[in-house]
Write a protein that binds this ligand. Structure first.
Ligand code: PEP
Ligand code: MN
Length: 279
């Protein structure tokens, strides 16, 4: 039976998509850590983050400049100024960046500053945005909607692939269930299930997935063990001061501990943590 997501579907067991940014390699051999603040707040915050990441050998920094907040009264992001701060910091340390694009008109602006465009959970069903991203060649980090099935996610990826952009990564970031203790229920089973269906890289975001900073490290290790190609983690120089998602944001000390453990664990799962300089 032919799959409804024919381009996203895995054709053979070995069929896997790899992706290379200037300083970052995403492939079956690597476990790629993406880290950075929820929101880009200031130039100095981004410099501190880029420095901490590069000390740990992390080559892909996140940071939201256009923030899709649940409440219209919450901080909505620093916009283009934020993208400039992020790019300046990333360039100073030779690392790559990813940031969210919330509507199709913003694509040229955001892609002028970042190496990868993020589609957030709230926009996974924004087909006009997905189609427009399909007409670029910029890698797209596509997050699973809060109530999206695996097939919904794969069909959203298909919108991008079908327009000719092959550079799509999927991210499990927690779904809504009856459990209300944590912010969301991180669906770790999504990793092997999606991997059985698609050749696209699969990431896990434990920060949004659980919403509690002390639960982030164990879920990073779980993502590696489940076979994920990487994780996205929210990190801030002073997590309690983070203007958004403070409760789920870890500090540099915890990041360092996580990286130390990942360096020990990754080889067991056939992965490398650091990417040799590619440039
Ligand atoms: C984010 O990563 O900044 C974000 C808003 O996440 P999500 O879309 O998964 O809620
Ligand atoms: Mn966030």
């Amino acid at each position: 039976m032919s799959k409804p997501y024919r381009l996203a579907a895995k054709r053979t067991d070995e069929h896997e998509t790899a992706l290379t940014l200037s300083s970052t390699e995403i492939s079956k051999d690597h476990f790629t850590v993406i880290a950075g603040p929820c929101s880009v707040e200031s130039r100095s915050q981004m410099m501190e983050c880029a420095h901490a990441l590069s000390e740990e050998g992390i080559t892909l920094m996140r940071g939201g400049a256009f923030k899709p907040r649940t409440s219209p009264y919450s901080f909505q992001g620093n916009g283009e100024k934020g993208l400039m701060w992020m790019k300046e910091a990333a360039d100073a340390y030779g690392i790559n960046t990813v940031s969210e694009v919330v509507d199709r008109e913003q694509i040229p602006l955001v892609s002028a500053y970042v190496d990868m465009l993020q589609v957030g959970a709230r926009n996974m069903h924004n087909y006009s945005l997905l189609t427009a991203l399909g007409e670029t060649s910029t890698p797209v980090f596509l997050k699973r909607g809060m109530s999206a099935t695996y097939e919904d996610l794969l069909l959203s990826a298909e919108y991008i692939l079908e327009r000719g952009n092959p550079n799509v990564l999927l991210c499990e970031r927690g779904i809504r269930t009856f459990e209300s203790y944590a912010r969301n229920t991180l669906d770790i089973a999504a990793v092997p299930i999606l991997q059985s269906k698609t050749h696209l890289p699969i990431f896990v975001d434990p920060s949004h997935g659980v919403g509690l900073r002390e639960m982030v490290p164990p879920l990073v290790y779980a993502a590696l063990a489940a076979g994920a190609d990487g994780v996205m983690i929210e990190v801030h120089p002073r997590p309690e001061e983070s203007v958004s998602d403070s409760r789920q944001t870890i500090g540099f000390e915890t990041l360092s501990l996580v990286m130390e453990r990942l360096r020990i664990l990754a080889p067991t799962f056939g992965r490398k943590i650091t990417t040799a300089a590619l440039v």
